[in-house]
Design a protein around this ligand. Structure first.
Ligand code: BGC
Length: 713
């Protein structure tokens, strides 16, 4: 590699640092490639087309350095799997890894060798549209899922790009691209570990984020990109900007012009410039002026060439122009399984699974038959015509007699934001002929994802009105929500007899959900985010700190305050007057068609820590998956610690009536955290485990309602 680098001119080096998508005319694009001024292309698919451009780079440029073709492959390529948040809800990294591997097979067959995922931004604010793209609010869950995705892609010839480095998800008020203020200790405890885990899993690249982090956007942030990424973590993964995040330093108000932005980015070692063109336009000039050294440029180019070598592009620059891989049986089966495993049963008064007596089923709601909307955000290559909707899946079951019922279909609303009540009467009449109502509610795909933030996260349109009207019929009402984020569905949950929550499920959302509704599959998802009761509680996450004035039990709520009472006569506790400190549903929560009984955790000391075991019995009638979660709480320490922290989880199948023992280890390192000390005007941070005592739970969700065990280090 050094030999190649030594032969490159400055212009050729700068060319490698340029990543371009085809949003410019093809003649110009091709001329740039032929001149060796492009290192990577993105958003171009098809083996033939990628190979055609690749030939220009390999055969027509002086040094024949291959291009690398990238794409936003986020939760599937042709076969679309559940959105990452839905994958998080499976709590099953093995399935997630398999989905990434099959995704890579499809994408590579279309010429793509570099995916801009996984996104491992820990997201605590469901207003933020990009919660859809990550694995939820927990650092550990996100880290395990992100690492699984990296392994899946990279074992199947596609480089991963872990993003967005860093802090992006903490945007103020859940508004995309907004400011983030994150203290160094919180950055390191909460936001950075999933990046480290993805890099440890071998991620070959990492992407800067759009936000300003404590005033300094990551593309210009030496502390993140050099101190932490290169020095502390010793990573040699390629660091690419986000789309124009370098040139965005001008609208951010950090730099006066693009030339200054270029200087700030290169000093912070942003190695490849995605679509901003600032490196091509200004770097040579900055080198000539002596503001940037050729060594600084070499460092970046070395990373780019390294990625290409690692992917074998120098030996095999072309992709086979055979029939593209898409929608194989194994991919469709796996996609169905992810939907089943990620569907979270939030409530069930006994109406699910559907039974023989339910001879007439009304299928209604705006998401029952939406081939495109069920795919979710970021599905550039997903083809809606391949989606199987819940209505299609249920009809097929009726057709092949695996479901002995008659279906009535009345959507009631045409799309999720539809406010027209014109079809309500028709739908109510249909409900009166039914033994059970399946109401498919939710959000259209366009309402979540990048730049799709909401200030009100309730069901849009007239969905709640329709539910209220259907409730009046007295028929059993099953609410199935298909959305890109947690929604505030308190009233709707009260109205329904059962609630099944499915984050946008992708191509096979229909069969997966139909299997769960009919009992062919037992719901096995658990919430990867806390569901707030109301938007004013946000941010509301399970691993928050305690306050010095914990909430009273019971807390004083708004309607119980005596009129005219003196200011402190009702005390001073930390809670909301409308909702106490209670979420609608806690992190980790999810019901099953069976029940599980947890024993007390048994704790034994080992050489390097503790082993925690717990017996769990399936006390119901069906075999089912359970997700026992290991939580700890440090009772006192150098700094205030979260009320609960997830330290482990497993997904296990427990046959009906049987007991299984789960076992976890806890080492001092797992219980350590970042400390900070202020010394005059400087501060120092370090990772350490306090000498302290911890409560330990093995529990079905973050409420941890069983008595804890205790350990001490
Ligand atoms: C997003 C990235 C994405 C990139 C390329 C940006 O707007 O923030 O996540 O990979 O576009 O499409």
């Amino acid at each position: 590699m050094d030999d190649l680098l030594a032969r490159m001119t400055l212009e050729e080096k700068i060319g490698q640092m340029n990543q371009l998508d085809p949003a410019w005319n093809s003649e110009e694009k091709e001329a740039l490639i032929r001149e060796g001024k492009v290192g990577s292309i993105f958003n171009i698919i098809g083996a033939k087309e990628v190979n055609r451009l690749q030939r220009m780079a390999v055969e027509e440029t002086r040094l024949g350095i291959p291009l690398i073709a990238a794409r936003d492959v986020i939760h599937g390529f042709r076969t679309i799997y559940p959105i990452p948040l839905g994958q998080g809800a499976t709590w099953d990294p093995q399935l997630v890894e398999q989905a990434a591997a099959l995704t890579a097979d499809e994408a590579v067959s279309a010429g793509i060798r570099w995916a801009f995922s996984p996104m491992v931004d820990v997201a605590r604010d469901p207003r933020w549209g990009r919660v859809a793209e990550g694995y939820g609010e927990d650092t550990y869950l996100t880290a395990t899922m992100g690492a699984a995705t990296v392994r899946g892609y990279q074992s199947h010839n596609m480089a991963a790009c872990v993003k967005h480095f860093a802090g992006y998800s903490a945007s103020e008020s859940g508004r995309d691209y907004n400011t983030t203020w994150i203290p160094e200790t919180q950055l390191r405890d909460v936001y950075l570990p999933p990046f480290k885990a993805a890099l440890d899993a071998g991620a070959l690249s990492i992407m800067c984020s759009f936000n300003d982090l404590n005033g300094l956007p990551p593309s210009a942030n030496k502390h993140l990109n050099i101190d932490i990424l290169r020095r502390e973590w010793q990573s040699d993964a390629l660091l690419v900007s986000d789309w124009g995040s370098g040139s965005d330093l001008v609208p951010h108000g950090l730099c006066a012009d693009k030339k200054e932005a270029t200087l700030r980015c290169i000093r912070a070692r942003m190695e490849m410039d995605m679509q901003g063109c600032i490196y091509n336009d200004y770097l040579a000039e900055l080198v000539a002026e002596g503001k940037v050294s050729e060594e600084q440029i070499d460092e970046c180019v070395r990373s780019i060439l390294r990625l290409k070598y690692r992917l074998g592009l120098f030996d095999n620059p072309y992709v086979p122009e055979t029939e593209p891989i898409a929608y194989t049986d194994s991919a469709l089966q796996l996609a169905t399984r992810l939907v089943e495993q990620g569907a979270v049963l939030l409530k069930n008064d006994g109406v699910l699974p559907l039974n023989e007596k339910m001879a007439n089923i009304l299928v209604t709601g705006p998401m029952a038959d939406q081939q495109k909307e069920q795919l979710g955000t970021w599905i550039f290559d997903g083809q809606p015509e391949h989606s199987v909707t819940p209505l299609m899946a249920l009809r097929k079951m009726v057709g092949d007699k695996s479901l002995n019922a008659k279906l009535i279909y009345e959507p009631g609303l045409q799309y999720s934001r539809d406010k027209s009540m014109a079809d309500f009467q028709k739908t109510i009449q249909a409900a009166k002929r039914a033994d059970v109502i399946l109401f498919f509610a939710g959000e259209e795909a366009i309402l979540s994802g990048e730049a799709r933030c909401r200030a009100d996260i309730s069901l849009p349109g007239a969905q709640t009105e329709l539910l209220r009207a259907l409730k009046q019929t007295g028929r059993p009402l099953v609410l199935i929500v298909m959305a890109g984020r947690p929604l505030t569905i308190g009233e709707e949950t009260d109205l329904a007899d059962a609630v099944l929550y499915s984050f946008h499920g992708g191509t096979m959302a229909g069969p997966g959900l139909a299997n769960v509704l009919t009992g062919r599959a037992v719901p096995a998802g658990r919430l990867p985010m806390t569901f707030p009761k109301m938007v004013g509680q946000i941010p509301f996450y399970y691993n928050r700190h305690r306050t010095g004035r914990p909430s009273y039990d019971p807390p004083v709520l708004i309607d119980s305050i005596p009129v005219g009472c003196p200011q402190f006569s009702i005390g001073s506790s930390s809670h909301w007057l409308e909702s106490a400190v209670e979420p609608l549903f806690p992190f980790g929560y999810g019901l099953s068609y069976t029940t599980f009984q947890y024993g007390e955790p048994a704790i034994s000391q080992t050489e390097n820590g503790y082993t925690v075991t717990c017996q769990i019995t399936n006390t119901g009638q069906v075999d089912a998956y359970e997700v026992p979660q290991l939580y700890t709480h440090q009772l006192s320490g150098d700094l205030v610690r979260p009320i609960k922290e997830l330290k482990g989880y497993q997904k296990i199948l427990i046959p009906a009536g049987e007991t299984r023992t789960v076992s976890y280890t806890l080492t001092p390192d797992q219980l350590g955290y970042w400390h900070e000390e202020q010394d005059g005007f400087t501060s120092r941070v370090w990772f350490a485990t306090d000498e302290a005592e911890w409560e330990v739970w093995v529990a079905p969700d973050a409420r941890c309602q069983t008595p804890p065990g205790r350990i001490r280090f």
